[in-house]
Design a protein around this ligand. Sequence first.
Ligand code: C5P
Length: 322
Amino acid sequence: MRNATSGGPGRLAGNGAVAARAPAKVNVHLGVGRLRPDGYHELQTVYLAVSLFDTVTVRRAEGLSLTVRGEGSGDGRGPSGVPVDRRNLVWQAAELLARHAGISADADLEIDKTIPAAAGLAGGSADAAAALVALDALWGTRATRGDLATLAAELGSDVPFSLLGGVALGTHRGERLSPVLARRRWDWVLGIAGDGLSTPVVYAELDELRAAGTLPDGAELASTEPVITALRSGPAPALAAALSNDLQAPALRLRPELRRALRATTDAGARAALVSGSGPTVAGLADDEDTAVRLAAELAGAGVFRTVRAVHGPVHGARLVG
Ligand code: C5P
């Protein structure tokens, strides 16, 4: 096995560190089809990348090591629970890229988290996408964006979108993407709960509700056209009316208090509120930036969320910083 070429395509800071950041996402449409034999569900989803970023910094080293700071790291700034070993997607991203490049996986990996873990915001996927971009530069693997997208899809269904950013239609298990045009900026308030929700548990709850006949079986998926049209041209009420998420019902069943959180968000003045991905984050659509900031301040004092953030999208996908 050869060593990584020294230098890479630039961006190496004086101390040999390379950093990349990647955004959180909100699914403005999440249609979940039937359970496939491989354990995944067929999806039709519209992703929107929003302005909450994790940063991954990588340095030359022997072997792999990982540290996590910020949200979810157990360092006092958020709930603990982000693994610092091979179970972390960043570690897996390093091993996968090294194997692809035919080099040994040698790097110190550091994640600075702003995106809360297990929140339905694709925080782990953002970390994996940022790691691919940073390590490609550190190791000089010269992987194409297409190579990175293929590796991203192996790491998780949302990772290709974390790499791409912007707005995109995701199909199959969410990893096949077609970019969508959005002509304007969309402002949101994100209400983040204290405890995370496990994505597989929320999908399993959906399957149970469908098996019991409480929900339609998922054979017919709602059209993504209304949300794509609304995203393209606005105005906010059109997007508000088009927002939908098939994982909201199972998330509410697992976390009944989310109903109060959704109501608090619309009562405060959001055009509409929905659960983001598998939850439990609540995303409230605001008319503009000032409204999002006002909503964030009001909801921070309402006692229904651990943290509240005003964000906007679309924003870029994973890219080098510094
Ligand atoms: O792709 P990823 O590893 O992030 O998915 C995590 C879990 O979420 C899967 O193991 C599966 O239980 C569920 N999932 C699903 N259908 C999808 C995407 C994810 O059932 N399209």
